[in-house]
Design a protein around this ligand. Structure first.
Ligand SMILES: Nc1ncnc2c1ncn2[C@@H]1O[C@H](COP(=O)(O)OP(=O)(O)OP(=O)(O)O)[C@@H](O)[C@H]1O
Length: 250
């Protein structure tokens, strides 16, 4: 589904430049659920942003569904994000002055779906995510867990090939976390390809595969047994095993 080769990214902020991603090769197959875990500052979010085209690598290449994105300008990435990549963030990033319904319909309309289809898709997803009745609410009137479900509906409304999730339960309580986990697992069971950045070992254990990120590099890449409760995993593809991976949380 997505392949990255030799990704490097240095941030130039206020202080000294920080190289957050230092030469990453990664392939995510269609239908895979990959968790990226690792200590704070390891570069996980930067990697996710590169995969979603939210940031550009300094070097390296990304293929999406077989097509190299190198030559694509920002406009091409924007189309891809609109139609084929859904993204959820820790702090939801909903449009605060739009209703729940409008937040979810907007990406469908931007992707060129007619209003009728956008309404139908939005209604179906909100029902599935337990949000029927909240259509006219404003995001600020919802709980964190509800807002994240709206964000998930927004990310999924165009049936993206790839869902990127950056700490989607990072600001939720344990109930909200369980709910997000349940929903990600449900969509994955239907074939949704997911790349999830998380500090939460329980969330990571729902994935097929856990990538441990450390100091801008992949330190370990381990397949999990289906349904295994995190620690019970096959040996890592590159050695190390998942038990160590799940310890790499801060
Ligand atoms: N826009 C930016 N400008 C400057 N430095 C940045 C920027 N974004 C990230 N960094 C730095 O790059 C490094 C990696 O950050 P990143 O957010 O990718 O790590 P992370 O593993 O996702 O961390 P966390 O788990 O705390 O979110 C950190 O040192 C961070 O301070």
């Amino acid at each position: 589904m997505v392949r990255a080769e030799g990704l490097v990214k240095t941030h130039h902020g206020e202080g000294a430049p920080v190289t957050a991603v230092r030469g990453v090769d990664l392939t995510v197959e269609r239908g895979e659920f990959v968790a990226v875990t690792g200590p704070s500052g390891a570069g996980k979010s930067t990697l996710l942003h590169l995969l979603g085209g939210l940031q550009k690598p300094d070097s390296g290449r990304i293929w999406f569904d077989g097509a190299c994105l190198d030559p694509y300008g920002e406009a091409r990435w924007a189309v891809l994000r609109r139609r084929r990549i859904g993204i959820v963030f820790q702090f939801f990033n909903l449009v605060s002055n739009l209703t729940v319904a409008d937040n979810v319909e907007l990406p469908a309309l931007l992707a060129g779906r007619g209003p009728k289809r956008a309404r139908a898709d939005r209604a179906e997803l909100l029902a599935e995510l337990g949000l029927t009745g909240k259509e006219r609410s404003m995001p600020g009137e919802l709980s964190g867990g509800e807002q994240q479900r709206v964000a998930l509906a927004r990310a999924l409304v165009n049936q993206p090939d790839l869902l990127l999730a950056d700490e989607p339960a990072g600001s939720l309580d344990s109930r909200g976390t369980r709910e997000v986990l349940r929903l990600l697992s449900r969509f994955h069971a239907r074939g949704q390809t997911i790349v999830l950045v998380t500090h939460d070992a329980r969330m990571a254990s729902a994935a097929d595969r856990v990538i441990s990120f450390f100091d801008g590099r992949i330190a370990d890449d381990a397949a999990l047994e289906p349904g295994a409760p995190g620690a019970a995993a096959r040996p890592g593809r590159r050695g190390g095993g998942v038990a160590g991976v799940l310890e790499l949380r801060d």
